[in-house]
Design a protein around this ligand. Structure first.
Ligand SMILES: *[C@@H]1O[C@H](CO)[C@@H](O)[C@H](O)[C@H]1NC(C)=O
Ligand SMILES: *[C@@H]1O[C@H](CO)[C@@H](O)[C@H](O)[C@H]1NC(C)=O
Ligand SMILES: *[C@@H]1O[C@H](CO)[C@@H](O)[C@H](O)[C@H]1NC(C)=O
Ligand SMILES: *[C@@H]1O[C@H](CO)[C@@H](O)[C@H](O)[C@H]1NC(C)=O
Ligand SMILES: *[C@@H]1O[C@H](CO)[C@@H](O)[C@H](O)[C@H]1NC(C)=O
Length: 322
């Protein structure tokens, strides 16, 4: 029992050791690589010990063969190439995929005859387009403006961010949703900004492999706040109406006064006319009578009366002074 255990354990150890040795024979660097479509991507294989033939496979297809004895490097297409890292050694091979495509994504396999193949993962990203379809916007000062940024044909969905006059917009002010479109993504980002002054707003879409984000920008143009106008108009209107009211009142007062005066004048006139006519009516008989009396009064008698009055007055005056 004990011996069989020992034998089994020994065999297992040998197996593990051997597989480790075998897997260590070919090493790929890097094990994970992310590249932007149309860029070049490289993998380096380190092969321990002697070898005859090395094959490279991309996306399940064998794309390049190296024959050690003849130094022959045979690619299946221009897009694939390889070279030895050092002139003096065949233990290191550098494999390049030029103008990488989305179809290249997946496993990159290096298999050396007589050894276990080494595998690396290739991820291919794709940058599409960015646009703010609404274009420039005009907004009232202090008003809220909503802008929409659309990205199409990206893989994976890009990270969308916004800037306002070069300043990063707080992420709490925008939302981005992505929808798959075939083997890529479209996304829509909506930002809500408060416009206090004219600004250049930029939408940026980025990927880890993109050296600079792709962007689209628009301008927010500010128009004067209309409430100021309404206030001004209100002030003007109220002042105007006040003035008008005062004018009206003054006009009415003047008119009333004028009419009253006129009426009074008329009344006065009427009264005067009436009194005059009454007086003349009353006067006429008296005058007539007076005239009659006068005419009937004897001249001597009248003179006597005056004389009497004069003497009387004199007498009286005299009496006062004495
Ligand atoms: C890679 O693509 C560019 C432009 O698309 C082209 O000029 C170049 O020849 C291509 N390279 C290879 C190795 O196919
Ligand atoms: C947007 O505004 C900028 C600056 O005011 C101007 O240069 C540009 O032509 C405008 N774009 C459109 C599409 O009107
Ligand atoms: C972004 O906005 C949130 C909520 O309004 C706030 O708590 C946070 O501090 C802001 N971040 C920056 C960097 O201004
Ligand atoms: C983002 O989406 C949430 C939930 O749909 C919503 O409550 C919020 O107002 C949105 N924010 C912006 C800036 O659109
Ligand atoms: C993605 O955008 C393109 C171009 O605007 C459009 O043709 C396509 O229908 C969109 N796909 C989805 C799923 O919205």
């Amino acid at each position: 029992m004990m011996t069989s255990w020992k034998i089994w354990f020994g065999l297992m150890s040998v197996c593990l050791l051997q597989s480790r040795v075998m897997s260590q024979k070919v090493q790929l660097e890097p094990l994970n690589s992310t590249a932007l479509r149309d860029s070049d991507v490289q993998f380096t294989a380190t092969i321990q010990g002697d070898w005859e033939v090395t094959n490279w496979g991309v996306g399940g297809i064998q794309v390049l063969t190296i024959v050690n004895s003849t130094d022959n490097i045979i690619p299946s297409a221009d897009r694939f190439s390889a070279r030895f890292c050092f002139d003096t050694s065949r233990s290191c091979v550098e494999f390049t995929i030029h103008n990488v495509t989305r179809a290249d994504a997946g496993e990159v396999v290096c298999s050396v005859q007589g050894h276990q193949p080494a595998t690396a993962q290739l991820y291919v990203q794709e940058s599409g387009t960015v646009s703010i379809p609404g274009g420039n916007v005009t907004v009232m000062q202090g008003g809220e403006v909503e802008l929409e940024c659309v990205t199409t044909a990206w893989f994976p969905a890009p990270t969308v961010s916004w800037t306002q006059n070069g300043q990063v917009v707080n992420s709490s002010l925008y939302n981005t949703t992505s929808t798959p479109d075939g083997d890529s993504f479209n996304s829509t980002s909506t930002v809500r900004l408060t416009a206090s002054r004219s600004a250049r707003v930029e939408c940026l879409a980025s990927l880890s492999t993109l050296t600079a984000p792709q962007s689209s920008s628009v301008y927010i143009q500010i128009v004067p706040k209309p409430p100021d106008w309404t206030v001004l108009i209100a002030v003007v209107v109220s002042f105007g109406s006040c003035g008008l009211l005062v004018f009206l009142i003054l006009g009415i007062m003047i008119c009333y006064k004028h009419r009253k005066e006129k009426k009074q004048n008329y009344q006065d006139e009427m009264r005067r006319v009436r009194t005059h006519s009454q007086l003349s009516v009353i006067d006429t008989p008296e005058q007539v009578r007076g005239r009659v009396n006068e005419s009937y009064e004897p001249e001597n008698q009248r003179n006597d009366t005056i004389n009497w009055t004069e003497s009387g007055y004199r007498k009286h005056r005299h009496m006062t002074f004495v």
